[in-house]
Design a binder for this molecule. Structure first.
Ligand code: CP
Ligand code: NVA
Length: 303
């Protein structure tokens, strides 16, 4: 695997391979078994947006793997003053062994990959969040024993999380249902692909989407970069909340996942969040293990 730009680029087998390696790395870390699979390698981490989980899990992950990570805020880089991604890619390729980038435009990630000569990992764009969904799939398998056959329901904004969950869910054999407002639907091409390749529904009827769900997933109403729309979005998304009423139509052992950060009382009630906190924080922990697997697949000697 050369890069991780979006889940659409991976086969179902490659996704399962990453999850298997992630499970192994998690086991080894828990048992104090050293795995310096990226000894001497350096990952640059470019952030144009804030982060807690992505930043810390990539940095700790590189340390665990025997390598080093550099935190590169776009505020301090020339890329933040307009130096083209094309040039940044070619310069950083001379110093680093891989780049993780969190940014706005998916095209910036794709440009780094096409112009640089080192692996590029997408740490979130407005379009998708592949690392998060690999951790989500790992968590579903851990809690449910398997992924295929489960019904995954996403409630909320049809942007980066929804797009990646649809692709990751369909590629691993889940039924996927998304409930979102008409003007906030997921990417049209992804929805078309999902209908052609699996069982997929997009509706504004929350109860229909959540009916018999095995996993319910939600995300903030206003994503990073949309802070100015937050008040307007509170009105548009008011009914798109994971609460006890919604949970009552789901499967009785339904899991609840949230990529975090969460806004209690908005997309999820405090009651539902706390009732499913073990699942949600396992999910957050699994960012570390899943991303270490991605880094090994992209930057390791034996891919
Ligand atoms: N879920 C997630 O990506 O969290 P951060 O924004 O804290 O990295
Ligand atoms: N949709 C959210 C996801 C955060 C992990 C955002 O882009 O801010």
């Amino acid at each position: 695997m050369k890069h991780l730009l979006k889940l659409m680029d991976l086969s179902s087998e490659e996704i399962i391979d990453i999850l298997n390696l992630a499970d192994q790395l998690k086991y080894e870390k828990k048992h104090g078994i050293e795995h310096h699979l990226l000894k001497g390698k350096t990952l640059g981490m470019i952030f144009r947006k804030s982060s807690t989980r992505t930043r810390v899990s990539f940095e700790v992950g590189m340390f665990d793997l025997g390598g080093t990570a550099l935190f590169l805020s776009s505020n301090d880089l020339q890329i933040g003053r307009g130096e083209p991604a094309e040039d940044t890619a070619r310069v950083l390729s001379r110093y680093l062994d891989g780049i993780m980038i969190r940014t706005f435009e998916q095209s910036e990630v794709e440009t780094l990959a096409s112009m640089g000569s080192i692996p590029i990992v997408n740490g979130l764009t407005d379009y998708c969040h592949p690392c998060q969904v690999l951790a989500d799939l790992m968590t579903i398998r851990e809690h449910k024993g398997s992924i295929a056959g489960n019904k995954l329901c996403f409630i909320g904004d049809g942007n980066n999380m929804a797009n990646s969950l649809i692709v990751g869910g369909i590629k691993t054999g889940m039924k996927v249902a998304v409930a979102c407002p008409k003007d906030h639907q997921p990417d049209a091409e992804i929805m078309k692909w999902a209908k052609e390749n699996g069982e997929f529904l997009c509706t504004d009827d929350l109860m229909e989407a959540a009916k018999d769900a095995d996993v319910i997933y939600t995300d903030v109403w206003a994503s990073m970069g949309q802070e100015g729309e937050a008040e307007e979005r509170k009105k548009v998304f008011a009914k798109y909340q994971v609460n006890d009423e919604l949970m009552s139509v789901a499967h009785k052992n339904c899991m609840v996942l949230h990529c975090l950060p969460a806004h209690r009382g908005e997309e999820i009630t405090a009651e539902v969040f706390e009732a499913h906190a073990d699942e949600i924080f396992d999910e957050a922990e699994n960012r570390l293990h899943a991303q270490k697997a991605v880094l090994v697949k992209c930057m390791g000697e034996s891919k």
